[in-house]
Write a protein that binds this ligand. Structure first.
Ligand code: KG4
Ligand code: ZN
Length: 352
């Protein structure tokens, strides 16, 4: 089965062609960073308009790169939520319209399910069951994954997502959007031990997270060391970035280990933009080795938003027999654990 995947949930237009026999045949991504950079964050209306501009040329490009004609496409998978409604509508309506015109089924995919399955595109894929840490700009969740669509939420952030915290810390340090990679880069030059930031909620039982206190702590540290231009000197900024990143990484690591111990599982999958963070990967590898568990993640470009993960998730669901009515459905909010396992009656639509 060959599937065209379309991702337009936020500020990246991602396309891919995935084949169940041959694997990933092509993928392309257009990042809108330049469109939004001057506003310091994503402007939803501009995002929708840019998806509209880029979608058809990128579809042509991935089809050509995969040496695939429309007759060889068996289905179309598009991100149906959660995300920005206008942006989602662009991918959903183009996906549905193309599928209708080409006489093939289309399937709306949960964006976070796409992230969660992305490590399966790698040469050393994880096997079910596992614990997944989903860490993106909008989500920080620990999920027990027993199979495709068999998701139980173990814990989540009560306030900011980890990626959002990175983005806000970046703003405080006057770094460009998106902030995660910039904070990580600056942190490399930081001196370990100059600052120690709090590890939120690690002393409490349970698997929930909270990053808003850490955000305030960062803001106060920046203010305490600010010079005339409102910013600390360069080295202090790097030291703050370092302390902030260490606090997020060790908080996530402690909770991942706790989730594995609680569930008795030995496999951790990390997915979403923050899973590209090198310190997080290192720390998890180091910590999980001690309990005989291992961590799996996608290559860097498939940690952040991309079309390959949507094509792959669509292919798995279609092969498992899922189908959907013709309506174009998108949703800004959509809980992952409301997805039914595939192969059951409810899986016909994937909707509650
Ligand atoms: O998954 P993603 O591309 O989009 C959402 O679904 O939200 O995640 C984007 C988030 C942003 O907050 C970005 O700052 C963060 O992932 N991010 C990182 C890194 N790369 C991306 N955070 C920390 N370290 C990174 N290397
Ligand atoms: Zn995402």
């Amino acid at each position: 089965m060959r599937v065209l995947g379309i991702e337009t949930s936020c500020d990246e237009t991602g396309l891919a062609v995935y084949d169940s026999e041959q694997g990933l045949l092509s993928h392309a991504l257009f990042s809108q960073i330049d469109v939004h950079a001057e506003y310091g964050g994503v402007v939803p209306e501009l995002a929708s308009r840019d998806h509209l501009r880029k979608l058809l040329p990128l579809i042509r490009q991935v089809m050509a790169d995969a040496q695939t004609t429309k007759d060889q496409i068996d289905a179309i998978a598009y991100t149906s939520g959660p995300g920005l409604v206008g942006a989602l509508m662009v991918g959903a309506s183009v996906g549905r319209a193309l599928a209708y015109g080409w006489g093939v089924p289309a399937l709306g995919i949960h964006h976070m399910e796409g992230h969660l399955l992305a490590p399966m595109l790698e040469d050393r894929p994880p096997a079910f069951p596992f614990v997944a840490l989903l860490v993106s700009g909008g989500h920080t969740q620990l999920v027990q994954v027993n199979g495709l669509g068999e998701y139980t939420l173990l814990g989540e952030s009560l306030d900011d997502a980890a990626g959002e915290a990175f983005d806000k810390a970046a703003k405080m340090l006057d770094l460009d959007y998106p902030g995660g990679p910039q904070v990580a880069k600056l942190a490399e030059r930081g001196s370990p031990g100059r600052f120690t930031f709090p590890r939120p909620m690690v002393d409490r039982p349970g698997l929930d997270f909270s990053f808003s206190g850490l955000k305030t702590y960062t803001l106060n540290t920046v203010a305490d060391h600010a010079g005339a231009d409102g910013l600390p000197d360069e080295q202090t900024c790097a030291d703050i970035a370092h302390a902030f990143q260490e606090a997020v990484v060790s908080t996530l690591t402690i909770k991942c280990r706790r989730a594995l111990e609680q569930t008795g599982l030995k496999t951790l999958v990390i997915a979403g933009g923050v899973s590209a963070n090198t310190r997080l990967r290192e720390e998890l590898e180091h910590s999980l080795e001690k309990i005989g568990a291992s961590v799996f993640y996608a290559r860097h470009e498939f940690c952040t938003d991309n079309g390959a993960m949507i094509a792959y998730a669509g292919c798995r669901r279609l092969l498992a027999g899922q189908s959907e009515p013709l309506a174009v459905t998108v949703r800004a909010r959509w809980s992952l654990d409301s997805l039914p396992p595939v192969g059951t009656d409810g899986a016909a639509s994937g909707r509650p």
